[in-house]
Write a protein that binds this ligand. Structure first.
Ligand SMILES: NCc1[nH]cc(CCC(=O)O)c1CC(=O)O
Length: 339
């Protein structure tokens, strides 16, 4: 077979340090498998990057992705590299999720301010009234349920901005919550104070759908890119991510809600999927778990859809309806992005 002719692939990304780092990792993997092909990075600031004051819910669902997708459809770029968790579960016409890469650590973590280094090691040790920074309703709602004595406050900005705010005594945070993946990819791993997961003593947290994985979006029917991306696909992550995205797609009904998930591969190709749906105040929550053999993307989606439907019947639907009510009468902000 003749070697494929050389050509240039235009890769779209956000402009944050994390987004550029993620793009670099993806291009290195694609280049290793396709040494003939050249890659060109096209970075842009999206609405979510530019607008730092409007509450995220008001910016709509594709705040990190829509403008990049417009470039994809216009053929200004051929691939977009996203944090999978920032990708809506329904993509615009003409766009598809072509690949999911191997997951970095999917967990959320606690970061303590440098000035208090070593004073507290866990959320459990923080005294009543301590202020914990997070702009994610998923994180705040789950943690309110486990730690009613803590106070949760917004913290916006890129990862380095949030770390600076955490360290600045004038900002008043006793801890902030971030994703392990972003910290690790930017070499801030030493800032991780505590990992949060379902088994965390004192109360943990289920992570966001897709957290820690990268989603590569391409034009529907672009066979050349489809083929090229196979070198970046990590099948176990992609199946787990499809299960998680099916949960979200089934439950959200047009809006986003505090949904946490955890997927683990256990013996014999079995995928264990855990899901939690929590009311915004942390007062009520519905939790579920299902373990099944999963060997295809379709089986993964089916697992996620069925567990989500069960949870909807067991009370998750009521929680979601209440959140919709709050939004309808303007009394409660609804988050559409897992910040
Ligand atoms: N919207 C914020 C966002 N989107 C992706 C990541 C990094 C983690 C990941 O790749 O899942 C983060 C930061 C955070 O949640 O701490």
């Amino acid at each position: 077979m003749a070697p494929e002719e050389a050509y240039t692939v235009k890769v779209g990304t956000r402009r944050s340090a994390l987004a550029l780092r993620q793009t670099e990792l993806v291009i290195a993997a694609l280049k290793a498998a396709n040494p003939n092909i050249d890659f060109e990075v096209h970075s842009m600031a999206t609405m979510g990057d530019r607008d730092k004051t409007t509450p995220l819910p008001a910016l709509g669902k594709g705040l990190w992705t829509s403008e990049l997708e417009a470039q994809l459809v216009a053929k200004d770029v051929d691939i977009i590299v996203h944090s999978l968790k920032d990708m809506p579960t329904v993509l615009p016409p003409g766009c598809v999720l072509g690949a999911v890469t191997e997951r970095e650590d999917a967990r959320d973590v606690v970061v303590f301010p440098r000035r208090q280094e070593g004073k507290y090691k866990t959320l459990q040790e923080l005294p009543e009234g301590s202020v914990v920074g997070t702009s994610s309703v998923r994180r705040a709602a789950q943690l309110r349920r486990r730690y009613p004595g803590l106070v949760f406050r917004d913290v916006r900005g890129n990862i380095d901005t949030r770390l600076k705010k955490c360290d600045d005594a004038a900002e008043g945070y006793d801890a902030i919550i971030l994703a392990a993946a972003g910290l690790l990819r930017l070499n801030f791993g030493e800032r991780i104070g505590q990992f949060l997961q379902s088994s965390t003593p004192g109360g943990g947290l289920l992570h966001a759908v897709g957290q820690g994985a990268l989603g590569l979006e391409i034009r529907e029917g672009d066979e050349r890119m489809e083929k090229l991306l196979q070198a970046a696909v990590h099948k176990p992550t992609m199946m787990a991510a499809f299960a998680e995205r099916a949960v979200m797609r089934t439950l959200e009904g047009g809006c986003s809600v505090p949904i946490g998930v955890e997927t683990t591969w256990v013996e014999d190709k079995k995928l264990r999927l855990r899901v939690t749906v929590v009311s915004l105040d942390g007062q009520t929550g519905v939790d579920g778990e299902k373990t099944e053999v999963v060997e295809s993307l379709e089986a993964a989606e089916s697992l996620g859809t069925r567990l989500a439907k069960e949870l909807a019947e067991q009370g998750a639907q009521k929680i979601l309806d209440e959140i919709n009510c709050q939004r309808a009468d303007g009394s409660g902000a609804l988050k559409v992005s897992d910040a």
